[in-house]
Design a protein around this ligand. Structure first.
Ligand code: DP6
Length: 361
């Protein structure tokens, strides 16, 4: 498919005023997207677990208007959040070709996150995917479409808001970025991972340890741009694509040792990129390292298959199979929680993606 396939030719109906609402989750990459080009296109393919407890709920109220330009206001937990509006403005500009009715309506975007806004958990993946789903729901009311196309285009739009958001529409595993080993994969949108996955990965657990809350030291767009002139860029993009390919037999066989090796290497490679870019950033905190060391020791001592991954920040995602839930939660509360800001963490697990919620909830 190409961008052209997402440009609608005409609509069968127009809408009067109304509301559409979607809840969409965050996701955690196993093979990381870090480096982009053109209009939100990834330099390598990535794969993530879709989460479920960490989500954004967005209601999009719309009413017809005749004035020029985009008209919208954003509310977070019921309060106007003008700080979010430049990002939405940019998003609307990027998607207008594909959603030509955008200027025909005045929008009120009401959004709330299941996780604290200052937690350092990126709300862009859940937020942009929820908004993309709302816009697609409007489009679906104007013209009939297949469910598969609906999801593909929602992912395509979400990507234009935030790259990783393209991986939050479906679940539990989604690939974004063209990869020769994954049929149907595309730089334009995420696709559900359609190959065999071992039962070991069912309801995989992710406990997010909030090591450092608050504003990001480096925005992801700035971070991605550091890859343009990065001395290791070519090798990194190749490494990511290789790791994704290496992960496929691991997902099939359920080999958790091999899984750990790939996932932890990816997390550290991502941070290595930031440590070796110009300017460079150290986004891990002392407590991030304390946690990593303890996870590795725990594994050695107990034979547990717990492992870690990281986003572009100090928080640690602790990943483990559901069968180890009691044991690992016990370990987390007794040994790791003391390294979290105010002892805060979020227990999550894999999920199936965005869901339509009743408009009056
Ligand atoms: C480190 O999707 O937040 O989480 O496309 O600029 O919005 P933009 O970036 P974003 O980058 C996420 C990077 C990452 C790795 C990943 O999720 O693959």
């Amino acid at each position: 498919m190409t961008e052209q396939d997402f440009i609608p030719s005409s609509y069968a109906h127009t809408l009067t005023q109304g509301t559409v609402s979607f809840q969409s989750p965050s996701n955690i990459a196993l093979v990381k997207y870090w480096g982009k080009y053109g209009e939100q296109l990834p330099k390598n393919a990535s794969i993530s677990f879709t989460l479920s407890a960490c989500h954004t709920k967005t209601s999009l109220h719309f009413e017809p208007k005749t004035s020029d330009g985009f008209e919208f206001q954003v509310f977070l937990d019921g309060n106007r959040e003008a700080g979010f509006e430049p990002k939405i403005q940019k998003f609307f500009e990027r998607i207008e070709t594909y959603i030509p009715f955008l200027k025909d309506y005045s929008f009120r975007i009401e959004t709330s996150n299941s996780f604290p806004h200052s937690s350092g958990i990126a709300s862009s993946a859940s937020g942009m995917s929820a908004l993309a789903m709302c816009l697609m729901q409007m489009e679906r009311q104007m013209t009939p479409m297949e469910d598969a196309f609906f999801k593909k285009k929602a992912s395509f739009l979400a990507r234009l808001g935030s790259g990783s958001a393209s991986r939050s529409i479906e679940g539990p595993l989604v690939v974004w970025g063209t990869h020769q080993a994954i049929e149907g994969s595309s730089n334009l949108f995420g696709v559900p991972y359609a190959y065999e996955v071992h039962a070991n990965f069912r309801d995989y657990q992710d406990v997010i340890l909030l090591v450092d809350k608050g504003e990001k030291q480096v925005s992801s767009t700035v971070g991605h741009n550091l890859m343009h002139s990065h001395p290791f860029a070519v090798q990194r993009f190749q490494q990511a694509n290789n790791q994704l390919e290496a992960l496929m037999p691991v997902l099939k066989s359920g080999d958790l040792d091999a899984f750990i090796e790939i996932v932890e290497a990816e997390a550290l490679s991502l941070h290595a990129m930031m440590m070796t870019s110009t300017p460079n950033y150290i986004l891990m905190k002392p407590n991030t390292l304390q946690i990593i060391e303890r996870i590795r020791n725990f594994r050695l001592q107990t034979g547990s298959k717990v492992c870690f991954t990281l986003d572009a920040g100090a928080n640690v995602h602790v990943l483990f199979p559901k069968s180890e839930k009691d044991q690992v939660l016990q370990f987390i509360t007794s040994e790791l929680v003391s390294f979290c800001k105010n002892g805060e963490y979020i227990a999550d697990q894999t999920g199936l993606g965005a869901i339509h919620v009743s408009e009056n909830q």
